[in-house]
Structures are given as C-alpha cells and as structure tokens.
Design a protein around this ligand. Structure first.
Ligand SMILES: [Zn+2]
Length: 253
C-alpha cells in the first residue's frame, strides 16, 4: 500500500498540541492501527474540517495516511462520532478518563494495533459518559488492560501451593509475583502485598473473564472497589516502575 493512500479509521483522541501557526499534532487510538500520531494541516484555521472535533477523549472517524518509518500520519478529515459531553461535565468521570488516557499512552507504541484494546477504551468512555460508576469502570479497564499487555493478574490459585481459592482462607496479592498467595503461604514473600477479600477476588475474576457486553451486571461494593483499586494501583507501579500522574488527582477527589 502506498504511504500516500488514505484510509478511514474509528479513533479516540488521546492528545492534541499546537504545531506552528496553523497546524495541530494529534495522537489517536484507532481500531485498526492502535496509537497513531498525525498532523492536521491548517486545523487551527479550518473551521469546517476540524473545529471542535480534535478534543481529547472525543470519538471520531478520521481519514488518514498510514505513517511509515516513525513519520507522522497526514490527517485529511475528521467526523465527530461522540464528544462524550456528559463525561466532561463530571470531575470524577473526567479524571478517570484521564487516568485511562495516560495508561493507553504509556502501554502502547505507534501503529501497533491490538484488536482488544480499542473496544475496551470505547467501552470505558461510554460507561463514564453514561453515568456508570466511574471507579468500577476504572477497575474493569485496568484489570483487562493488564491482561491485554500480557500481565494478567493470577487470581484463581495460590502462587505458592497452587490450591484454588477457598472460602476458609484469606489472600494477599503480591505485586512482584503478579498473583495471590493464601494465608498459609503469604509469609514467604516480602514484596508489596494487598489483602483481597473473597468477594473482591470473585468480582475481579468475573471482570477479567466475562465478555465486555456482560460486565454491566457486575456491581462491586465500595469496600471491594477500594481493595481492587489499591491492588491494581500497586501492581501498575510494579509493572511500569513509575507513578501514573493523573492518579494523584483521582485520590484528591
Ligand atoms: Zn498457598
């Protein structure tokens, strides 16, 4: 395929910055091409083609070239599919969407598609825009993101003795090992660990394994949400070896 050929993609805007007098450099996450950074020529002047469309979080259909050798794509046109206006009006939804955006930017490379990540991103922003519980949406996103990038947390069996989760034992998640240890085995590990109750483990296993379109039935209690976020945050720190900047804003709310 010629690098000049234009294709159409569904895309979410992740980042947008000025470039010179009249252009914008925009980073998208696309269904077919994953993360894609392109230049929208004259976007600051062209009211018709781009105005009010290239906002962070917006869902678009874009016409673009496929960039090669680390060059920028050329963004020819953009049509707004959903501006997620409700999400933007609510501080906690907006902050949650920012954490999700930061994690996508952190865990993906340019033009490296993943068929599961785009639907997960759209599902998460749809949820936030439709008044679904924002922290639960973040939990679902995080646990599935970790699985997509190859670090699915092991929540079904104790990492040390291998036994399945049992009602009479308590469990801690060990971030170094990426899984849970039962109360008989936990003392052997020295890494950061977070207690996960039976109820939380059960909900998280569902969150990890059920198809996205069936997850709306899942309801995590406030206590389970707190446990889950605490383990997913600690596990993320271990995986990425850095803090998620927007997480600090989430903790302030
Ligand atoms: Zn054990």
């Amino acid at each position: 395929m010629s690098s000049k050929q234009q294709v159409e993609s569904a895309a979410i805007v992740l980042d947008c910055r000025d470039h010179g007098e009249s252009d914008l450099i925009v980073t998208f996450f696309c269904q077919n091409y994953g993360r894609l950074t392109g230049i929208a020529k004259g976007a600051k002047r062209s009211k018709k083609r781009f105005v009010n469309k290239l906002e962070i979080f917006s869902s678009l259909r874009i016409l673009h070239t496929i960039p090669q050798n680390n060059r920028l794509a050329f963004i020819a046109e953009a049509d707004l599919l959903d501006g997620f206006l409700t999400l933007r009006k609510n501080t906690i939804c907006y902050t949650t969407a920012s954490v999700i955006r930061e994690l996508i930017l952190l865990t993906t490379k340019e033009v490296e598609g993943d068929e599961k990540l785009y639907p997960l991103l759209v599902y998460s922003y749809d949820n936030l825009n439709n008044n679904q519980p924002p922290l639960q949406t973040l939990i679902l996103f995080l646990i599935r993101l970790y699985a997509i990038i190859g670090y699915s947390p092991q929540l079904a069996n104790c990492l040390q003795c291998g036994q399945e989760v049992q009602a009479n034992k308590s469990y801690r998640f060990h971030t170094n090992a990426g899984g849970i240890c039962c109360s008989n085995c936990s003392a052997k590990g020295t890494s950061t660990s977070v207690t996960l109750s039976q109820g939380t483990l059960k909900s998280l296993t569902v969150a990890l394994n059920q198809p996205l379109n069936r997850l709306h039935r899942l309801q995590l209690s406030t206590a389970s949400q707190r446990e889950a976020l605490s383990f997913l945050h600690a596990y993320g720190l271990q995986l990425f070896q850095r803090e998620i900047v927007s997480w600090a804003f989430l903790e302030k709310i």
